[in-house]
Design a protein around this ligand. Structure first.
Ligand SMILES: C[S@@+](CC[C@H](N)C(=O)[O-])C[C@H]1O[C@@H](n2cnc3c(N)ncnc32)[C@H](O)[C@@H]1O
Length: 418
């Protein structure tokens, strides 16, 4: 598994065009022993895609094979690349020329995709994107949980692979509106976004026309709200007013159905749901099983207020309780379910405190929904998977984020009888 470490900002500009405005361009980073390779050109073949979205190639340097992460590449591409950044033991490169395109390479449907930081994989066919996501997950398991048995079920594809996002965040400066370029702070000025729902995409020129030209960088959220109406809002400097919601409405419905199915198979009656949001899973679970009781824990008080309001409207006070709390403090104060713990943490995964408590409680079933395979596998390791305590009943990818390297994974663990 070639796992790209946390990315530090790349300081290299890409080829400009009238649609792009350079905002910052710090000097290239030169603190690596590999810095002599900066700007050198190489012919490489892309082996596979890495977590983070870049393709993986290797070059030989002083008898050593070095990994080069190449953005906007596709599997089996033969490329002339230029080294743009040197880290201690690996490099980043950009494409100078596509010598032979890989079999899955396509012309990205969006004209901005070759430079835009919004989509990392538009140049790869939709089928290959699914395959690469499966390869990524399997390699993480092979590396970190080599003895664990599992059957990775067929990936659930998004009902729409374009125009699927119900909310996007754009940046504006000097009358431009768009995303940052890939690995840069250069703004790509866009007039549409092919992964946003059409109502959102159509608003981009409207919002842009209303902007006052300012050199201050301002962020906007464009979204379909809870009442299915379009709105755009300026985001505060600290992201005030932003709350989590699943971005792909069609795929989310499939994910919720899967959770309902798994929960019914567990026969659980009491559930602790950690990282619950405003009840994306909880309400459907209760609706489908009147004998369930759920304690739903979420630290964002806007989300729990929405959840609690709906609980009152639906008269579910005896069934579903929202706790506005950091999961760490909640697990220290309250007993967790011995039957089923449902986890849906952010990309960073669960905290050590949460994982320790879950492992101590050792519920009969655990369902973990993850938006980052690296933190998922790390958390499974910390839960002790592979030490004969739990076995995997289900493992499946849900392609929540087509055209990008991101995806959701659902895993259902059942406790072994001792
Ligand atoms: C991936 S989202 C899932 C939300 C919900 N399950 C859904 O499907 O809409 C993760 C949620 O965890 C919340 N969160 C993040 N860190 C937390 C923490 N330490 N304690 C409690 N909630 C947290 C976030 O606010 C976010 O709503």
């Amino acid at each position: 598994m070639t796992n790209k470490p946390n990315f530090k900002k790349n300081n290299h500009k890409k080829a400009g065009s009238s649609g792009f405005q350079k905002i910052t361009e710090p000097a290239p980073k030169r603190d690596s022993v590999l810095e002599s390779l900066l700007h050198s050109e190489h012919t490489v073949e892309i082996e596979k895609m890495a977590v983070g979205g870049d393709g993986v190639a290797r070059i030989t340097y002083k008898d050593k094979k070095l990994v080069v992460f190449v953005s906007k590449s596709a599997p089996k591409d033969v490329l002339k690349i230029k080294i743009t950044q040197a880290e201690k033991s690996f490099l980043f490169g950009s494409i100078v020329e596509i010598i032979t395109p890989g079999p899955s390479r396509r012309t990205p449907p969006c004209e901005y995709a070759p430079v835009c930081g919004g989509c990392s994989w538009q140049q790869i066919s939709d089928e290959e994107q699914l395959l690469q996501k499966e390869i990524l997950l399997k390699e993480l398991f092979a590396k970190s949980l080599p003895t664990v048995k599992y059957n990775l079920e067929e990936t659930v594809q998004s009902p729409s692979v374009f125009n699927y996002r119900n909310r996007i965040q754009l940046k504006s400066q000097n009358g431009l509106l768009g995303y940052f370029e890939d690995k840069s702070h250069t703004l790509v000025d866009i007039n549409y976004c092919l992964i946003a729902e059409k109502r959102i995409s159509d608003d981009i020129p409207v919002l842009k026309a209303s902007l006052k030209s300012s050199d201050q960088l301002v962020k906007y959220e464009l979204k379909i709200n809870q009442n299915d109406k379009f709105e755009h809002n300026r985001i505060g400097q600290k992201g005030e007013g932003l709350s989590f919601s699943q971005v792909n409405t069609g795929l989310n419905q499939l994910l919720v159905s899967c959770v309902l199915d798994l929960v019914s198979k567990t026969n659980a009656k009491n559930i602790t749901e950690l990282y619950a949001g405003s009840g994306n899973f909880s309400f459907e679970l209760i609706k489908n099983n009147p004998f369930l009781a759920i304690e739903a824990v979420e630290m964002n008080s806007d989300l729990t207020a929405n959840g609690a309001k709906k609980v009152a409207q639906l008269n579910l006070q005896k069934k579903l309780t929202f706790f506005t709390a950091d999961c760490d403090s909640y697990v220290k104060r309250r007993a967790l379910s011995t039957e089923l713990i449902l986890l849906d943490p952010p990309r960073a995964g669960c905290s050590d405190i949460v994982l320790k408590k879950v492992a101590e409680q050792a519920p009969k079933d655990i369902i973990y929904i993850s938006c980052h395979p690296v933190s998922l596998v790390r958390d499974l390791q910390k839960l002790g998977l592979g030490r004969n305590n739990y076995q995997i009943q289900k493992l499946q990818i849900f392609n929540m984020f087509p055209q990008t390297d991101h995806f959701e994974t659902i895993i259902w663990l059942t406790k072994n009888q001792s």
